[in-house]
Design a protein. Structure first.
Length: 293
């Protein structure tokens, strides 16, 4: 049952990504970001009462702000990349966060990287190189780089989240994430002076769908993590790439090439190698990390 719930979470994430790609046709990135975070935040209030009013008081304000900043940057870069990349490529590159988690922990906290993890990272970056394909004429696909950078910020967000889970309720982590991200996206929305969102029936439904699927994916993942190991949940979430292939074919009639499939396979296998080796997401000195952020 919990495996199925995680698969549904992966489906929601892929559907959210597809809806974002559709929305970029008549809505700006700033508008998508604001509506996504604001709508999801307002949906948290009925969930708060349905969940029995879980505690939201926190002493980790700085850590919540840091996590929200990382999450916002991840989603902002991912949104821009989705507009210009095939759906499945954007999802695959965004899903490279497992490769950056051990690298960040090594660079900042001097945590040693196991040889098996290094092997998984190498497999993953072979997949990244294959998808970006620098030999294809345009030496650097900058939108692919943005999708890859979204994976870096996703890794940073996951590291801070794993620390927050030690003292915070799952609801409070989601609550503060959407609250802070809504404020940041509103500021961006006002700065770029973008007031041209088309609130047609079609665009409104799409924007609402983005918010619903985004919140659903996060809540389902949080629920699954109560019963399944994080490595299992993370591995199952890679089915979102498969759903990405399906949506890409159904909506845009795009069929992935051999290099895309090979690159995606390398990323998935590399990630599973890392997940199954150990819980590399902060396995040492979580208190040290808290004190440094």
């Amino acid at each position: 049952m919990y495996v199925l719930i995680t698969i549904i979470a992966a489906f929601c994430y892929a559907l959210m990504s597809a809806l974002i790609k559709v929305a970029t046709a008549d809505t700006s990135e700033a508008g998508i970001l604001f509506f996504r975070f604001f709508a999801a935040f307002t949906m948290l209030f009925p969930l708060y009462y349905l969940s029995g009013k879980p505690p939201v008081k926190t002493k980790k304000t700085k850590l919540h702000m840091l996590r929200a900043m990382f999450g916002f940057l991840m989603f902002a870069l991912y949104t821009v990349a989705l507009q210009h990349l095939p759906l499945e490529n954007a999802i695959a590159l965004n899903s490279t966060y497992p490769f950056f988690i051990p690298l960040i922990l090594f660079l900042i906290f001097k945590e040693k990287i196991d040889k098996t993890v290094i092997f998984g990272i190498l497999l993953g970056f072979i997949g990244v190189y294959t998808i970006i394909d620098p030999s294809s004429g345009d030496y650097l696909n900058w939108f692919a780089i943005l999708a890859l950078l979204s994976g870096v910020f996703s890794a940073a967000s996951n590291i801070t989240l794993s620390v927050l889970r030690k003292t915070e309720s799952s609801f409070s982590t989601v609550f503060y994430f959407f609250l802070i991200a809504t404020v940041i996206s509103l500021i961006l929305f006002l700065i770029v002076d973008d007031f041209e969102i088309m609130f047609s029936t079609r665009s409104s439904i799409i924007l609402l769908g983005i918010a619903i699927t985004s919140l659903a994916s996060q809540q389902l993942i949080s629920y699954s993590l109560k019963f399944l190991h994080s490595s299992t949940v993370s591995s199952i979430m890679y089915s979102s790439i498969i759903f990405g292939f399906i949506f890409s074919w159904l909506i845009w009639g795009e069929v992935p090439g051999v290099t895309q499939l090979i690159g995606t396979l390398f990323i998935i296998v590399g990630s599973i190698v890392i997940f199954q080796k150990k819980k590399t997401v902060i396995k040492k000195n979580q208190s040290e990390i808290v004190s440094k952020v």
